[in-house]
Design a protein around this ligand. Structure first.
Ligand code: AMP
Length: 230
């Protein structure tokens, strides 16, 4: 470089760890807007594959309906395709990936393929009772994807999206009580230990996610700001 060129800033890579209902999706959407990042949710990518009837979607559907974890091979392939497609903004927030140690090990290679590396992992911590309460009441606007909750974040006018005025609200099939229990088991057995995995690498921040959405968002903002400053 001859000094006249400004090096392009490397894209940020942030992992959001946490059980279903911890608020990963909500927080990821807020970070997207504030920092120009892209939320990459393997749950969303899998639901899209199911809706499109792709081979991966067909293989994943029964496992997702039962609240289990889709095989590492399928999820890794789906994330690899998404990363390769580009449109990664100023960086990515991985929401719902990795969920197993195998995925965590694969992630470094996946990021390396597109010239990225992990900057930070945040564990959103909530207790099981709170998770069940949050999941039970949540719904989303089909039009714009804005998330709501019967008790904690209702729409201003019943049945009408505050953001886009849409009137079609959807509840996830796997948010029903029986499935939630299986999802929590999968979380505790497979995903919970990843906090220690990232703590050992010195990149983990733990955030108490029992509190108010705005306070949690502010804490996450500090994590993003601290890694972008280094
Ligand atoms: P989510 O929207 O993150 O709650 O994911 C919904 C469902 O998709 C999960 O219950 C799993 O069945 C599946 N899923 C999403 N991400 C992963 C992943 N990283 N590994 C395995 N299964 C996943």
């Amino acid at each position: 470089m001859d000094g006249s060129q400004t090096p392009t800033k490397p894209k940020l890579v942030l992992i959001l760890l946490g059980p279903p209902g911890a608020g990963k999706g909500t927080q990821a959407r807020m970070l997207e807007t504030r920092f120009g990042l892209k939320q990459l949710s393997t749950g969303d990518l899998l639901r899209a594959a199911v809706a499109q009837g792709t081979a991966a979607g067909l293989a994943a559907k029964a496992v997702m309906d039962a609240g289990g974890l889709v095989s590492d091979d399928i999820v890794i392939a789906i994330l690899r395709d998404r990363l390769a497609a580009g449109d990664l903004g100023r960086g990515v927030i991985l929401d719902g990936f990795p969920r197993t140690e195998g995925q965590a090990i694969a992630l470094d290679a996946l990021l390396g393929e597109v010239g990225l590396r992990l900057d930070a992992a945040v564990a959103l911590e909530v207790d099981d009772g709170e998770m069940v309460r949050r999941i039970a009441g949540r719904f989303t606007c089909k039009g714009c994807g804005e998330g709501y909750h019967d008790d904690f974040k209702p729409t201003r006018e019943a049945g009408i999206c505050d953001g886009c005025g849409g009137t079609e609200m959807v509840r996830r099939a796997d948010d029903k009580a029986e499935t939630v229990a299986a999802r929590l088991d999968a979380y505790h057995i497979e995903t919970g230990p990843l906090a220690a995995y990232y703590a050992a690498q010195g990149v983990l921040t733990r955030v108490d996610a029992m509190g108010e959405i705005g306070e949690i968002s502010a804490e996450l903002g500090c994590v993003v700001a601290s890694v972008t400053a280094t």
